[in-house]
Design a binder for this molecule. Structure first.
Ligand SMILES: [Zn+2]
Length: 640
């Protein structure tokens, strides 16, 4: 489906959350490193969600929704990563100044106006990811802009806030969070809904990500940057999509959301054309009797446990549940999301997909009969499970189908790995913030500003130009380096090794092409930190190993970071020229007859044998030159 995005009136806003690389958390002195040990050794705390009311006494709809799900929350409390502050058993300590300086520096990079005084606020959080029932957040800068080829993008607010606990498991009766992540400083950058095409969203998100990396003070790796986007089109709704961790799919997420909204509008138009009214979305009935003798294993096992089958007629909706709204997701899938989120029911079955699942023509006919439905026009949706769950699930489905008669419902959605999205919860109400009285406001004085200036990111365009003109990197390699997470490492290594045989091109290609190559082989390159790169490049500079050995040493290091570097390099210690020559002469001597016979292939044969011995110890080019020289002597002096 080719979509003209300006015609559909696309508007997209971004909200980027990035963890800052500080030595401790935002409101306590716990470290910002995540727990990596086994869950078995970790203490657990059980709680139930607190339902927070806003100042006016109104219960937030999203909070109510979570409350209705009545789930137990289990917190993992790993030692050394969590103190009483995260457990909400002690008041928060003062705002981390290091985090504030970094966040202010970033704000200056976006020309955002810094506030005079930072007030910490409480933002109601309803999913249990904060032990307090709220997240602490503070606006530190307002306004600002980001340049883009399709026009400037306005920055609305920049906030400094605490990260939430890390979700480990999500079961229907409980949810498990690890508290190690709770309290890690995050910067949140929110843009106005100024983006007009999926490509522009990708470009802007990449540029913000790059500016954050250019400070050198943000955490890297999966989960350290998360993006939310809001997407709206004419006639649709402003949909919030949460949890995009992979920046590279952000354009796809936008495309799929536009597609979804357009398809929901098509469903609405079709339903209107068919004359469907609210009262055509039927009431909920117990139809367990219809399935007494059916062959569906799913239904039979449920009936054995005393569970029920509930049904609802959607008059004149036939065929619409099979209508695809996103690749691999039908309108029926959207309804199933509601059944799952509200009723804890894993799925729905509807007559558009029957007979099937062991449900035969007879049951379908009987279903239509007892519900007084028309098999040619209507759809029947059924759910199976405990009575209360069925009723909750089916009520949610009925509510969602009624929304379909009005178009696109306002929802908060969450992204799937393939870029499609699923329903998460209704959009929260507006009154969700109130002051955090435990933390005094922080005045932004000259001292704070002076400290922040250290962290102002450079302009990405200027950095690109510098890579190309000053360091003679090709435009392609420069772009790769800027897209990679390693731009700051490039500058660090450059500073340390410039002037040696380790050229800027070599460092850039090592950090991009070569590391990527290792990654694609499944090598855990996240184990390769700046310290080990430094150590290994120093060995090259000092002539102890050859450049060709670097990637092999890094590979072995990444696979076993505990092994001493000296052991890793043993195989790659440089051979001197004399030794190398002797080895090549030996190879040529012992294969003399074959080489004379296969004259044309002689070079390849000798190179192959020589590199088997010398790979990583001598540069390939040096070996090639020597092989050519020795072969010339042999073949030149031998009568053909
Ligand atoms: Zn702590």
């Amino acid at each position: 489906m080719e979509i003209n995005y300006s015609e559909v009136g696309l508007q997209v806003g971004l909200e980027i959350h990035q963890q800052l690389d500080t030595s401790s958390k935002l409101f306590c002195r716990c470290p910002t490193k995540l727990f990596e040990g086994s869950e078995e050794d970790v203490a657990k705390v059980e709680r139930y969600l607190r339902i927070a009311r806003s100042e006016t006494g109104e219960v937030d709809p999203a909070a109510l929704y979570e409350y209705m799900k009545r789930r137990k929350i289990i917190y993992l409390v790993p030692k050394g990563h969590v103190c009483n502050v995260e457990l909400d058993e002690e008041p928060p300590q003062e705002l981390n100044k290091e985090a504030l300086s970094i966040a202010l520096g970033i704000s200056m990079g976006f020309k955002s106006k810094i506030v005079d005084e930072v007030y910490v606020m409480r933002k109601i959080v309803v999913d249990g990811s904060n032990t307090t029932g709220f997240q602490r957040t503070a606006i530190i800068a307002l306004g600002g802009e980001l340049l883009d080829e399709e026009g400037a993008i306005r920055i609305q607010t920049i906030c400094l806030e605490e990260d939430a606990a890390r979700k480990v498991r999500d079961l229907s009766s409980s949810v498990v969070y690890n508290l190690d992540r709770l309290g890690i400083p995050l910067i949140e950058i929110s843009t106005a809904p100024d983006m007009r095409s999926p490509e522009q969203v990708l470009r802007v998100a990449s540029r913000i990500g790059l500016m954050l990396r250019l400070t050198g003070r943000v955490r890297r790796g999966l989960g350290t940057i998360r993006q939310d986007i809001n997407v709206s089109i004419k006639g649709g709704a402003k949909i919030e999509i949460k949890g995009i961790q992979n920046l590279e799919i952000v354009d796809k997420v936008v495309r799929y959301e536009v597609m979804r909204q357009l398809n929901l509008l098509k469903i609405m138009n079709e339903a209107i054309m068919r004359g469907v009214k609210d009262e055509d979305i039927g009431s909920i009935s117990d139809v367990t009797d219809v399935f007494k003798n059916c062959r569906s294993r799913l239904i039979l096992s449920n009936l054995k446990e005393g569970n029920k089958v509930y049904a609802c007629v959607l008059r004149r909706f036939k065929g619409l549940l099979n209508f695809e709204v996103q690749p691999g997701r039908r309108f029926g899938t959207e309804l199933a999301d509601y059944a799952r989120e509200w009723g804890g029911i894993t799925g729905i079955i509807h007559t558009d997909e029957l007979p099937g699942y062991g449900i035969g023509v007879e049951e379908v006919r009987e279903l239509y009969r007892v519900l007084n439905a028309d098999g040619g026009e209507d759809v029947v949706v059924i759910v199976v499970g405990p009575e209360d769950k069925c009723v909750r699930a089916m009520s949610a489905v009925v509510g969602r189908v009624k929304e379909a008669l009005r178009g696109v419902p306002k929802e908060t959605r969450v992204v799937n790995d393939d870029g499609t999205t699923r329903y998460m919860r209704p959009q929260p109400g507006a009154a969700r913030m109130y002051p955090e009285t435990d933390i005094p406001p922080v005045r932004i004085d000259e001292g704070v500003i002076k400290e922040a200036l250290k962290y102002v990111p450079r302009d990405p365009t200027a950095v690109y130009e510098e890579l190309v003109s000053k360091y003679s990197l090709s435009p392609e390699l420069s772009k790769q380096l800027l897209r990679s997470p390693h731009i700051i490492q490039f500058y660090d290594l450059l500073k340390e090794f410039s002037g040696s045989e380790i050229t800027p091109q070599y460092i850039a290609s090592l950090l991009t092409v070569q590391l990527k190559g290792l990654k694609s082989e499944g090598v855990p390159i996240e184990n390769i930190g700046i310290e080990v790169l430094r150590e290994i490049l120093a060995l090259v500079r000092d002539g102890r190993i050859s450049k060709d050995g670097v990637i092999e040493v890094l590979r072995e290091y990444a696979l076993d970071p505990k092994k001493p570097i000296d052991d890793l390099i043993r195989k790659y210690v440089r051979r001197d020229l004399e030794e190398t020559t002797k080895l090549i002469v030996n190879i040529v001597e012992s294969n003399r007859d074959e080489l004379i016979r296969k004259r044309d292939k002689a070079f390849n044969i000798v190179m192959g044998l020589a590199m088997k011995e010398l790979r990583g110890r001598v540069d390939g080019k040096v070996v090639a030159d020597l092989v050519r020289k020795v072969l010339n002597e042999l073949l030149g002096s031998t009568p053909a």
